[in-house]
Design a protein around this ligand. Sequence first.
Ligand code: 16G
Ligand code: MG
Length: 556
Amino acid sequence: MAPGAFDPKGKLETAIAESVVNFPRPAEVDKFTYGTAGFRTKGDWLDHVMFGMGLLAGLRSRKLKGQTIGVMITASHNKAEDNGVKLVDPMGEMLEQDWESWATTIVNGQNPEETVKAYGEVIQKYNIDQDKPANVIYARDTRPSGARLVKALEAGLKATNVTYKDFGILTTPQLHYLVRATNTQNDKNPYGEVSEAGYYKKIGAAFRTAMKNVKATSPVTVDCANGVGAPKLKEMIKYLPTEEECGLKINVVNDRVEQAEVLNKDCGADYVKTQQKVPQGFDGKAYDRWCSFDGDADRIVYYFNEEGPVFRLLDGDRIATLAASFLGDLVAKCDFSENLKLGVVQTAYANGASSKYVTERLQLQSEFTPTGVKHLHHAAARYDIGVYFEANGHGTVLFSNKALNTIWSKEPESPAQLENLEVLRAATELINQTVGDAISDFLLVEAILAHKEYTVQEWITTYTDKPNKLAKQVVKRRDEYKTVPGTAEQKLESPKGLQEQIDTEVAKYREGRCFVRASGTEDAVRIYGEALSSYDVDHMVQTVADLINMRSGSSG
Ligand code: 16G
Ligand code: MG
């Protein structure tokens, strides 16, 4: 058929209608919405959504000349019975924003005719030729519902004649890696081998180079949230230099993937960050170095206990500043400072002290975007070297083509410079540039700590966090809370008058900062506050919560 042509009784359309009846819409869900985290809900309710994602992934591939699209089945840090799905674009980045609403449309048909109609709308809108090839790869995390959901996805792919490959159980970032590796296979610089082993080989070799002249302080313990990160990190370790070679001993804990019910339970990066405490199974002594992955291993936070014990968290802000300081130094030592622009991208939830450290101590550019990985990723891509991290531990570093060319073509001017250049080159291979990756970020942090000869205490004293608080306020209608574009969500334009009230309150506190935004994932608004003293922060955030409460109560 011609591009854009669609016949509701055509061959593929008939196959869709016949197949989708096996994956009916669950009565429990009124409407599915593709949000920042893709679709996410109870695993039992997602078969119909998976079928639709099979259709859309195929269409997206056809639209992009047969480039391979990824489908990741995971619900990240959610409980074991939940599941979810996200599409991955050809360079391993998140699905283009325009298509998110099509994802929503294609899974919300009330009957087979509506599903076929939605499919046809995408064909017409994007002028897609159904005879063109389509390629999709997919993987899932360790959740029990994953195996069944894969069948629904495959049915959608089969109905529309898509060529597909199942990569089994992987971390989310591994699937992102594979998508990019697949689509760059024939390029001058392929991203890596198209296999799970290729991922370990690339990162393992880079880590070995990065650690060539340094020794780590051992050990480090990794809480894998009882998720897919556990078996994958254990596999990764086989490709790393041994403890004798590099000084690093890695203990893997919370690795019970066969026990579905313990996934993310009282452990993992999200638990540690939101509860501000050590995970289940923690047995560290004072100052032992620990970190936690989330359930699909795309987030990482570090932490330790001081005597007391007093819990100390090294979150995404700390990793961003550590990486920026290390890469900034290397760039300077290799004489690239004039040529390569390095910047740090954060959200407004980043502690003010970390951003100040970036601009004043490191003398680097700092920038803020709205919450959500895609916003940070896009902003970071505008730098030659763009470091981005959310405070919750999701982040990575992007190197532009110009940066890669500069770094790889440079002739070193001295043995010392060669050494620095080798480490910088290794960093470009060690870092998973497609998306935040707990395994890759973990090894980057370990390499940096070894180079800087930092203990966790030395790392945490690079700057002092401002007292801060993140609170949540349930409201009747969170969609009433809209922020002014371009303010990184720090200023409300509605409800009318609320921002003025907040400003008046915040002005009462020394170095006060406070903002309110609607959560994208929960029926609530979040209130973040910072000030010079923690007493002030508590008071300020509570007063702002009361302001919201008064309005929400009276708005009916
Ligand atoms: C989603 C985002 C995450 C963000 C969080 C904020 C992606 C892949 N995930 O999980 O980056 O931090 O939402 O949640 O973009 P909130 O809107 O409830 O505050
Ligand atoms: Mg995750």
